[in-house]
Design a protein around this ligand. Structure first.
Ligand code: ADP
Length: 431
């Protein structure tokens, strides 16, 4: 401070000393005129520096900082340091902001920052996609004006944000979102959105599956239960009646047995923890077995044939392949009226190995074909049941095909028979 005053008053002091000298050597008037001139020069110089400072402050950039002499050097150098520090802090903050923006953009969830009256302050790209927002156009818009679903507006207004809201995305068909509002800071709000379409689908499948299994098991169980109750109530039971009841009960228990065994097969195939054991499968013996199974199942009601021009060996799992092939043959037998023909073929088509089962049976309408491999999907429920079907056969075939990187092809026309083919990739053909 003291130093400052000394430096500020130095030019005036020097001037005053010189004026004193002039008054002694010449006259007081000359000294006063000289002093006045000194003061005018000092004021002019300071006014100029002040002007330069004012000009610079209107666009304060490091490169254009003015140069000064004396006390102004000090002022400008301090200003220079201050602006430099400020610039560095700004750069650091900008970097941090960019980092935060990049991190939130990479989040697997949509994030919208809202103010206390639900106006959008900022949102990441995923939130823009979920809600159909535009980060430039919709900033400071009320989100309830942009997302108009009543359940969303109710959620935002209810004020109870403990549980997330599950709703369909208005802009995307079939997309299900889980939305949660989080309060933070002073009246600040974060809206988090998550795409749970896949989870919902799995949950629906699980529910349908449990309902289907329960339904499938209930029918035979009710029948068996009915017979047991009847047997308990009847006192004059003849041997024939007992035999008939036991026969019908055995039919139903065998149905349950098939169902449970197919369910276990499916669950084993779906379980990623049980990888497929691959071996070199001799196709001649495998196909002979499958062919014989088909003949036995058909009990001379159909004409069977086997044509084998395909590779002698395939790399895969024998038990799984046998199960898939037998399922296709069993379907052909069950859905082909007596007298029909069932042709098994093992051939090469465009370098790929193809197993196909062609029947002259009832055929399938085109609309059903894409859904045949769904669990429990049947075109004709009662026909499937009457012939001992579980509704899981083609689901099992599809899984086995997937485990062998093969695909299932279905060609069918109602009333004109069907051809089910399993097409194996070239790399599965063993040398
Ligand atoms: P299911 O035990 O009912 O036969 P699948 O999964 O094996 O179950 O087959 C699903 C449905 O596909 C069957 O219910 C049947 O309607 C139809 N289907 C399968 N194979 C044939 C076929 N060869 N001819 C006609 N329909 C078939």
């Amino acid at each position: 401070m003291q130093n400052f005053w000394i430096r500020v008053s130095m030019p005036v002091l020097y001037g005053a000393l010189l004026a004193l000298l002039l008054s002694v050597m010449f006259s007081v008037t000359l000294a006063l005129i000289f002093m006045l001139l000194v003061l005018l020069v000092v004021m002019g110089y300071r006014a100029r520096q002040l002007y330069k400072l004012g000009e610079w402050l209107s666009d304060a950039r490091l490169e254009t900082i003015p140069e000064g002499g004396g006390i102004w050097d000090d002022v400008f150098s301090r200003l220079y340091k201050m602006v430099k520090r400020h610039k560095e802090t700004r750069q650091k903050l900008a970097m941090e902001l960019l980092n935060i923006e990049q991190a939130t953009a990479a989040l697997p969830e949509g994030v919208v920052s809202l103010n206390e009256v639900n106006r959008i302050e900022w949102c990441n790209p995923l939130a823009q996609f979920h809600f159909g927002l535009n980060a430039n156009r919709d900033i400071m818009q009320d989100i309830t004006y942009l997302v108009r679903q009543p359940e969303f507006i109710d959620y935002m207004q209810a004020g109870n944000f403990d549980e997330p809201l599950v709703m369909k995305a208005a802009r995307h068909e079939d997309m299900v979102l889980s939305i949660k509002l989080i309060l933070y800071g002073v009246n600040k709000r974060l809206l988090i959105s998550r795409d749970i379409t896949q989870l919902e689908r799995i949950e629906t499948m699980r529910r349908d599956f449990v309902a289907n299994v329960s339904h499938e098991l209930r029918t035979p169980l009710t029948v068996v239960n009915g017979f047991v109750e009847n047997l308990q109530d009847m006192h004059d039971l003849s041997h024939d009646k007992i035999q008939r009841a036991l026969h019908l009960m055995a039919e139903q228990t065998s149905r349950m047995d098939h169902l449970v065994s197919d369910l276990l097969t499916l669950s084993r195939l779906e379980n990623d923890q049980s990888p497929m054991r691959t071996e070199t499968v001799d196709m001649q013996t495998l196909l002979d077995d499958v062919y014989r199974d088909g003949q036995m199942l058909s009990s001379d009601r159909h004409q069977h044939s086997l044509e084998m021009t395909g590779p002698a060996r395939l790399s895969g799992n024998r038990n799984e392949l046998r199960s898939a092939f037998s399922n296709l043959v069993s379907n052909a037998v069950r859905y082909t009226p007596e007298g029909g023909a069932i042709k098994l073929r093992w051939a090469v088509r465009a370098g790929q190995a193809v197993f196909s089962v062609e029947d002259s049976g009832i055929g399938i309408e085109a609309e059903h074909i894409p859904r045949l491999t769904e669990r429990f999907y049947r075109v004709d429920r009662s026909r499937s049941r009457e012939t001992g079907g579980t509704g899981l056969g083609l689901a099992i075939v599809k899984h086995i095909a997937m485990r062998h990187q093969a695909r299932l092809e279905v060609l069918s026309e109602k009333g004109c028979g069907s051809t089910f083919s399993l097409v194996f990739p070239e790399k599965r053909i063993a040398a």
